[in-house]
Design a protein around this ligand. Sequence first.
Ligand code: ATP
Ligand code: MG
Length: 436
Amino acid sequence: MNSVAGNSVRIPASMHSIRSEQICQRADGIIRRLQQAGFEAYLVGGCVRDLLLGLIPKDFDIATSAHPEQVRKLFSSARLIGRRFRLAHIYFGRDYLEVATFRAPHDDSDEGHVNDQGRILQDNVYGTLEEDVWRRDFTINALFYDPVTGDVLDFVNGLQDLRQRELKLIGNPELRYREDPVRMLRALRFAAKLQCQTEGETFDLIHQLGPLLRGVAPARLFDELLKLLHNGTGWKSFRLLEAYGLLPYLLPVVAESFKQERSGGMFRRLLQASLENTDKRIEEGKSVQPSFLFAVLLWEKVQRLMLQELDDHPELQAIQLAANDALQDQVQVTAIPRRFSNITREIWGLQPRFRAHDLRRVNLLLNHPRFRAAYDFLCLRAQAGENVQDQVEWWTALMAASHEDRLLMCKPSGKKRRPKKRRSAHKALPVTVLVD
Ligand code: ATP
Ligand code: MG
């Protein structure tokens, strides 16, 4: 039977499915040390939710009554981060675990913490465990687990919601979305990942409140977009974004591409093939690249702009100009770091080069650091119905061929390069150094 302690419902180990051996040793060690120092400390959020569902948690987050400074004093490898939301990272080499102090609600006199649309700007008022529950987003994310006693603490009926796959915001749903519009994206992500029902206020409100996402920092939206599309259920998440009308606020270029509808569904097929393929790669534990994702998402626009540029520019230049425009439109909404967008440009820039069959250019392309990504992209284009199937077949055969067969497949290079004449030393122009 569940025993009620204060307002909380303590669920003992015998009544839930989390086993101590599933807990990350480092997190367990941190919690024990905090508790021995007289603080409360628990695992919280996504890891408790995922363990209860039998999934492997992405990370183990810790919540404690210790203030960030107190955490720092206890752990020599702790670093304090965040201004809007101060917390401690405890490092183990390059890895770290996140330790957050319980937060309390702000009282009404503290007007500076929200903006005029109700968005939270500051959240550094510390509180108790019971208070911390109410600032969390969904009931299924507000479960605490104490690895020392084995109890789960559930103040909001989160366990029942989890069993019924119901995603419920804690408190007034509209207010909670206004406080932080990213919660709408989190709702869709959890719906896709945890196969939650999508009925009810949590989801209905998104149709209406989507425009609030315009006020969210582009760097945060970039992170959330990756979490949505690179979490193993990317295609499902994408369709939810579309169904709930959020594409214009997160992927305006894609929304525009869908409106163009010149391509007879080809672009949608490209997205589906690519996102399903990404989901499969994640399931197999393979790496996935943000640069590739953006190459796909912006491709229709790049092609459309390129056709216009071709009136005045040669092909390779036209594609780079189109790339600049398409990326610029997307970067304003989701800040794509340059290290990714530069590779995206390369993937696009290599596409016309797959038409080449002469030996020199074939070798150059094969040895290009982005060859594999560009080839995979070409395959997806063919799969979506673009007229590049011949190229895919030729390059696939080339990659499987022996060195001799490759030479037979390729045309000899047109012009032979003449060796550069060396300018002999005595003919070098004298360097004039001007001295005042
Ligand atoms: P995952 O890590 O699997 O993506 P998560 O729920 O752990 O999911 P995190 O971003 O790691 O997500 O956040 C940890 C916990 O912090 C959440 O479970 C939730 O309790 C709380 N949280 C995170 N983001 C918000 C938010 N925007 N509003 C309120 N609470 C949040
Ligand atoms: Mg997490």
